[in-house]
Design a protein around this ligand. Structure first.
Ligand SMILES: NC(=O)c1ccc[n+]([C@@H]2O[C@H](COP(=O)([O-])OP(=O)(O)OC[C@H]3O[C@@H](n4cnc5c(N)ncnc54)[C@H](OP(=O)(O)O)[C@@H]3O)[C@@H](O)[C@H]2O)c1
Length: 283
């Protein structure tokens, strides 16, 4: 029995669909099973990762957990990992690319909490696999309102190229690892997952335009304006650290890996495919 957390989210939602398709036994965790729009036939279980005790029923009889951490701090993580380790043998954690490398200098809160989670899981004794994807293609959904309004995407650094990854490919890797089980050869691994190629933000905007059948243009935004935008969801130190990380990426592109294909047998989807799959969100 597998417990899928983040089951109503982008990656977990795909894990749910793909496990369902395979006929694998699993449960889907959500804070509100009544409101969760899960596919027919999925067993939804209530639980809140901020309240570790609330997870006990969901964890009962579970062998493996796909863990998505939805917070910006690791505060509740020791108790959550401890409860998982008491019940399950295997954990597949949705971490992030670069988590190990950024140990010196300012660490943004996101890299910080993923690092903390990895360290806790490492110490838990569970057969653990860390999935370390690069930026999600779905981050560009943040442009949807602007695309719908006037077909102009305003953001920082149009020439920044990243190998953004489709949530389906992250999920396919997770499903492979979790269904191979704790003795399937993935214990101790940290898989860096990327899309198939570097795509600049200008090209991403253009691909969205092609998917919706009308032109979408990228327009440069000033750093200060971006900083103000980000302050609505990150503390100032976090904003500075994220901006510094992006500046670093502009100077040295992230490597493209073949790991998705090695794990799943299929090449990762292109950004163009992602845009086609999500065209409705931008119309
Ligand atoms: N975006 C990127 O570029 C990127 C890159 C690398 C790693 N990541 C990591 O990916 C993770 C996010 O994955 P995602 O985008 O698939 O998630 P998402 O679409 O934002 O969905 C969040 C999920 O978390 C669940 N959730 C929220 N609060 C919860 C709580 N208190 N207790 C239990 N469940 C809770 C929600 O379920 P309910 O509302 O149904 O409870 C929902 O299923 C983050 O850890 C992020 O750092 C992101």
């Amino acid at each position: 029995m597998i417990l899928v957390t983040g089951a109503t989210g982008k990656v977990g939602g795909q894990v749910v669909s793909q496990l369902l398709e395979r006929g694998t036994a699993f449960r889907a965790l959500t804070r509100d099973p009544g409101a969760a729009r899960l596919p027919v036939g999925v067993e939804a279980v209530a639980g809140d990762l901020a309240d570790p005790q609330s997870l006990d029923a969901a964890l009962d009889g579970v062998d493996a957990v796909f863990l998505v951490w939805p917070f910006l701090t690791a505060e509740a993580a020791p108790a959550v990992v401890d409860r998982i380790a008491r019940q399950a043998r295997q954990i597949v954690y949705l971490s992030m690319a670069g988590v190990r490398q950024r140990t010196d200098g300012p660490v943004d809160p996101i890299t910080g909490f993923h690092g903390e989670l990895e360290r806790l899981i490492e110490r838990s004794g569970l057969a653990r696999t860390f999935l370390r994807p690069v930026g999600f293609a779905s981050n560009t959904l943040g442009w949807a309102e602007q695309v719908r309004a006037d077909g102009v995407v305003r953001d920082l650094n149009g020439s920044l190229a990243r190998p953004l990854i489709h949530e389906r490919d992250i999920a396919a890797a997770a499903v492979r690892v979790v269904t191979d089980g704790p003795d399937g050869g993935h214990a101790g691994a940290g898989y860096v997952l990327t899309g198939p190629a570097l795509v600049t933000q200008i090209e991403q905007a253009r691909a969205i335009g092609e998917a919706i059948g009308r032109p979408v243009r990228f327009e440069e935004m000033a750093v200060e304006e971006k900083r103000q935008q980000m302050l609505s969801w990150l503390p100032p130190s976090g904003v500075d650290a994220v901006l510094a990380a992006w500046a670093g990426m502009a100077g040295a592109a992230e490597p493209v890996t073949g790991t998705v294909e090695e794990l799943t047998g299929s090449a990762p989807r292109t950004f163009r495919q992602w845009a086609a799959d999500h065209a409705a969100d931008f119309r």
